[in-house]
Design a protein around this ligand. Sequence first.
Ligand code: GLP
Length: 236
Amino acid sequence: MEIIKCLDYDDLSKKAACIFIDKIKNIEKPILGLATGSTPLGLYKNLVKAYKDKVISFKNAITCNLDEYLGLDEDDEMSYHYYMKENLIDKVDILKDNFHIPDSHLENPKIYDEILDKIGRRSIQLLGVGENGHIAFNEPNSFLSSRTSIVKLTENTIEVNSRFFENETFVPRKAITMGIKDILNADEIILLANGKKKENVIRNFIKTENIDPNFPISFLKLHDNLKILISDMDIE
Ligand code: GLP
């Protein structure tokens, strides 16, 4: 595990973009595991810029996203479909058939497992982290062999994510998420964490030697090529 301390959010976004740009340039068919949330927004801006500047092309890239709220339509501004199209997919030359994200109306989550199996191991997997240690929407009480599933969001996640919605009552109570097993199925994992609100979770992750299902980020200790980029927090 490598912890990369960045000067600020801008620096974190640029450093993360450099890592992705390197993969996209040097791998013939890069398979990119992508994430949502506020933290990767700066990274996506940098990737769109690199595409516009003709530094990279997504023509040969395949992407798959981690998760989606259950029940939101694709064109709902709060859906992760919308987020991805708005911030990356519609702004670069990726082939639409190569962009994958769990279907928010999916009744059988195994369909996404089949897609993941077909795509294969990711070249790189991007992650954020929730304040309670969730990764994707794998909330406390997750397990290592989990694959795509429909999960109930915790009160904490509903409250924290309500900042994106009109108010807390609009936050979907359930989501569909890639499981821990598939998150770890990547050659490299890059986790981004910015700001004081993530300080505790990152500190606890660094400190812990145990894999604790109640602290899902701890499963990442099992991966041998993990980089954590942090900014705006006091971690020694
Ligand atoms: C959501 C997503 C996670 C993400 C987390 C942190 O719950 N499902 O994948 O890591 O939010 O988001 P933010 O970057 O906005 O703090």
